[in-house]
Design a protein around this ligand. Structure first.
Ligand SMILES: NC(=O)c1ccc[n+]([C@@H]2O[C@H](COP(=O)([O-])OP(=O)(O)OC[C@H]3O[C@@H](n4cnc5c(N)ncnc54)[C@H](OP(=O)(O)O)[C@@H]3O)[C@@H](O)[C@H]2O)c1
Length: 433
């Protein structure tokens, strides 16, 4: 019997050769033979666009492969697939749309583009009948997009809950385990290379919000953009919040949460307390994990490295192999065509549980005044207890599930009560049910 397999060469034009691009080039160099044996495609990077063609590089590519003109890569007839690893919207968006119009499927790791300006890109892909793959855009090395779009396509997914930003998870881990302040933990993350010199996009939650938008879009077959995602970063998380959480058996994590509620998509990123027994609580340092809930599957967790050249390259190469298969052997792309136009539920209408610590006057009747303010706003209390006495007295509450707008209304009213001296800390509580 003849066991020989037809193999085909698929030529990749790579835009960008930085952390991820050079790791992709190394992976294809080292693993190319095995990939060809396993899949029947030989992936060859033929052209590479960079900003500085004369810079010395670790990628095992011939010097004449480099150019500073990305359009020459996109238009090169000796390029079958375009891989975009530049980042940002401009010029990545136009380049990828140009590639699709030239009949070339694309692979990208660019969350910013997908979450903010993806509509034009997917319209171009639909018009051309070509694939756009973006496994590396969310949680770096963790295969998540392909399982959501493929393996889990039969299920009715209801919630995706994840730790999708390694920098902030590292900071919160240091605050929890070593009692560091936010500023010290951030400085530590920068020293170790986990945080950029400008850490704004991580710390303010916008990186996680872009990933949340992509996850919500894929999980619920609709179009969600960064601006649809409610966002609160971790700069306001205090050692007091962390200490309160740990005393009560919780840990504080920055969560990206996408939920389907009565046919509407609710998407949000914010710090939250989760029970220390929850699987996400054990995700430490710069690791990422995503918890998926579906009617059939129940609960499922994906865990691994959410960034770094080699882990991210692993996702990129997987996408390249998938796309190259359709280039070489035909078949319909599994592209991401939004099927439904689901409404976005505003944060005010989302529901959740809340933890609240109030510094109060220690006298009879105070608890009743506070309970009435909660009641007037439709917020019911699951647990309440007093800590300390006299000047130090605080009242600690965990609410039942309530509408965000109602809870915020209650907080506004509580701040006006003379018996409430200060709102010491307020955190959302997730993962209880
Ligand atoms: N790093 C990660 O861990 C990670 C994880 C997941 C996703 N991603 C995503 O992967 C993408 C690439 O990230 P990275 O960390 O590899 O970035 P990077 O190290 O900054 O590399 C960017 C590359 O793009 C090139 N470039 C920039 N502007 C260009 C232009 N106008 N024309 C041609 N080339 C240009 C740069 O050229 P020079 O080398 O000449 O400067 C560099 O080679 C981003 O979308 C990022 O969000 C990264």
């Amino acid at each position: 019997m003849d066991h020989s397999v037809t193999t085909a060469e698929v030529r990749v034009g790579m835009l960008g050769c930085g952390t991820v691009g050079s790791a992709v080039a190394r992976m294809l160099d080292e693993r190319g033979d095995d990939i060809e044996r396993g899949t029947g495609v030989r992936l060859r990077i033929t052209r590479v666009a960079v900003r500085d063609a004369s810079a010395s590089r670790t990628a095992p590519l011939p010097p004449d492969a480099y150019t500073t003109d990305p359009w020459s890569v996109v238009r090169d007839p000796a390029v079958d697939v375009v891989l975009e690893l530049i980042g940002g919207i401009d010029p990545a968006e136009e380049l990828l749309i140009g590639a699709l119009r030239a009949g070339k499927p694309v692979v990208t790791a660019n969350k910013e583009l997908l979450a903010n300006a993806g509509t034009g890109l997917f319209a171009a892909a639909d018009a051309a009948g070509l694939d756009v793959r973006f496994e590396a855009a969310v949680a770096g090395g963790i295969p998540l997009i392909a399982p959501l779009k493929g393996s889990l396509v039969g299920d009715r997914l209801t919630r995706v809950l994840g730790i999708v930003n390694g920098t902030t998870n590292y900071i919160l881990t240091k605050m929890t385990e070593q009692g560091s302040t936010f500023d010290d933990a951030l400085a530590d993350a920068q020293r170790l290379g986990y945080a950029e010199a400008d850490p704004t996009a991580d710390v303010d939650g916008s990186d996680a919000a872009a990933k949340c938008a992509i996850l919500a879009s894929v999980a619920f077959h609709t179009r969600v953009v960064s601006g649809d995602v409610f966002r609160e970063g971790i700069a306001g998380v205090t050692p007091q919040d962390i200490a309160d959480a740990s005393r009560l058996g919780y840990v504080v994590k920055l969560l990206a949460i996408a939920e389907l509620q009565d046919g509407e998509v609710a998407a949000r990123v914010h710090p939250a307390m989760i029970p220390s027994s929850h699987a996400l609580a054990s995700v430490r340092d710069a690791f990422n994990a995503v918890f998926v809930e579906g009617a059939g599957i129940g609960q499922l967790m994906f865990y691994g490295r959410g960034a770094g050249g080699d882990p991210t390259a692993s996702s990129v190469v997987g996408d390249l192999v998938a796309v190259a298969g359709t280039v070489a052997f035909g078949g319909r792309p599994v592209g991401w065509t939004p099927l439904l136009d689901r409404p976005i539920r505003s944060m005010d209408h989302s529901t959740g549980q809340y933890y609240l610590n109030l510094h109060v006057e220690d006298r009879p009747g105070v608890l009743a005044e506070i309970a009435e303010a909660f009641g007037r706003n439709d917020v019911s209390i699951e647990r309440v207890w007093q800590e300390g006495f006299g000047e130090e007295a605080t009242l600690v509450f965990i609410t039942h599930r309530a509408r965000e707008g109602s809870f915020q209304g209650a907080i506004a009213e509580l701040r006006r009560l003379p018996s409430v001296r200060a709102v010491v800390s307020m955190l959302r509580v997730e993962g209880e049910e």
